[in-house]
Design a protein around this ligand. Structure first.
Ligand SMILES: [Zn+2]
Length: 480
């Protein structure tokens, strides 16, 4: 049925750019998992540059070869080597005009450009001439992965983490667990791509790896909790990077987020007197432990159901500093039959993750606490929550942190006539700071919009990323 094809090592003279005008850049983004569309294998995969589909191999009898014969699409790029071939003839094309395509497969910015990302405000234009800001692009919600998108966007805006994943060469790391790091790295590079064909990215490739590695605990079909996902992701990323399970500071994840805290625990014991009329507490021994953390959980006070004169529910508010007092070493919390006091220890990590615990489950229902947490976006002083240690930090001196990212929750009613709490859908967004322009943007999947800095706290914050201001760095201008 097929006519005989003579394999060539080079194009016939004068035909070097033959077929290149059949390439259709608008169908190319290379975001989807690189599996042959026929065999579903991930080995030796080529993308057809005419239709964007993936096919395995390029030799005679390969799926790419048959695609070329059957459909008449002739130009293919190898997803690993980024070499471009013409099929069925089989020769490599080295035209400079293909450089933009190779760049989109795995965008790699030079180091000096990466180091300038937060200093120089850059605009870029996609294939259709639409303007976008590299670093602030939408992310596809394939089905129910908004929880995932919000976390990935937040992490992609933590500068030392971003710079590491944009500059590190993962090509030599080929264990199955390092695949998670490799795919995250490609996604971060795509988010910050200055020469993208489209103004959004799809997280499909990383999501597929997360889904496999978490045994489908986190996937694109079911909405999960962003903080549960973040916790899983940080731990697995630490291991993917070769981090130690016991030693501190053995991966970029731990160097960026890990801190230590002191926990004092005291058993609460009640003793009855002879007549069983009176119970009193006995002072039990205080046990002091030191623990490492990647994320700090902040508890909200129980939300009272206030109503105004029109019977509308009033949403309670609490300042961030008030819920942080859990870590002041003075206030005690009771857990089961233990009384515990927490205090952070020096040195605090360069980035602090706060999980504002809004959801609680009891036997019957999952409950949401709608309390709004108010906060300044700059100059949060963490010193009151840290055990003084004059050898590491002058007593009384503040420790400034500034907000970098804020993942928010919104309960959206799925029916107009439903009462609050009933038939609600969770919507996850992230607010991130454009440092080069000193502006805030809110990203909900594909939608990116500017938001006023002073309105950030009006949403239900769920996860916050705070950045320690470096010593000697002048206090940043502006009070918001
Ligand atoms: Zn094709």
């Amino acid at each position: 049925m097929y006519f005989a094809v003579s394999r060539q090592t080079a194009p016939s003279e004068g035909y070097s750019d033959l077929y290149l005008d059949t390439i259709n850049r608008s169908v190319l983004d290379f975001d989807f998992e690189k599996l042959c569309s026929v065999s579903l294998s991930n080995i030796n995969v080529y993308a057809c540059l005419v239709c964007g589909k993936y096919y395995q191999g390029r030799g005679p009898k390969s799926h790419a070869y048959f695609h070329a014969l059957e459909i008449g699409h002739h130009v293919y790029v190898n997803m690993q080597t980024k070499k471009v071939f013409v099929l069925p003839e089989g020769y490599e094309v080295t035209s400079k005009s293909l450089e933009d395509i190779k760049f989109v497969v795995d965008p790699q910015l030079p180091k000096d450009e990466v180091m300038q990302l937060d200093q120089v405000a850059r605009d870029a234009w996609d294939l259709s001439g639409k303007k976008y800001r590299p670093g602030f692009v939408g992310m596809n919600n394939i089905k129910a992965n908004d929880y995932f998108n919000a976390i990935i966007q937040a992490l992609a805006h933590v500068p030392p983490l971003r710079n590491f994943f944009m500059l590190e060469d993962f090509s030599s790391r080929t264990t199955s667990s390092s695949e998670l790091a490799t795919r995250f790295s490609v996604l971060v590079r795509k988010i910050w791509n200055t020469r993208a064909f489209k103004t959004h990215v799809s997280p499909h490739e990383l999501l597929q790896q997360v889904s496999r590695q978490s045994n489908k605990k986190f996937d694109l079909l079911h909405q999960s909790d962003p903080v549960e996902f973040l916790s899983w992701f940080l731990n697995n990323m630490h291991l993917a990077l070769g981090g130690s399970k016991t030693k501190a500071g053995t991966s970029i994840i731990h160097r960026v987020f890990q801190g230590k805290l002191k926990v004092e625990s005291q058993r609460i014991t009640a003793k009855a007197d002879a007549g069983d009329r009176l119970r009193f507490e006995e002072a039990a021994e205080v046990i002091v432990d030191t623990m490492r953390y990647l994320m700090l959980t902040l508890d909200l006070p129980a939300a009272p159901l206030f109503q105004d004169e029109l019977d509308r529910n009033i949403i309670p508010q609490v300042p961030l500093t008030s819920i942080l007092s859990k870590y002041d070493g003075v206030r005690a919390q009771e857990h089961l039959s233990m009384r515990k006091r927490y205090r952070l220890l020096h040195p605090l990590p360069p980035y602090l993750l706060f999980h504002i615990k809004r959801f609680s489950k009891n036997k019957f229902v999952s409950e949401r606490n709608p309390t709004i947490v108010t906060f300044p976006i700059r100059s949060l002083d963490m010193a009151p929550y840290v055990e003084p240690n004059p050898a590491m930090h002058p007593p009384g001196e503040p420790i400034w942190y500034d907000l970098v990212a804020n993942v928010t929750h919104e309960a959206v009613r799925t029916r107009d006539d439903s009462v609050e709490g009933e038939a609600e859908r969770k919507v996850w967004r992230v607010q991130i700071r454009d440092r080069a322009r000193d502006e805030w943007l809110q990203v909900q999947d594909l939608f990116v919009e500017r938001v006023a800095a002073e309105t950030l706290f009006t949403k239900e914050s769920y996860l916050m990323v705070w950045e320690r201001r470096r010593e000697g760095k002048r206090k940043e201008k502006g009070s918001n």
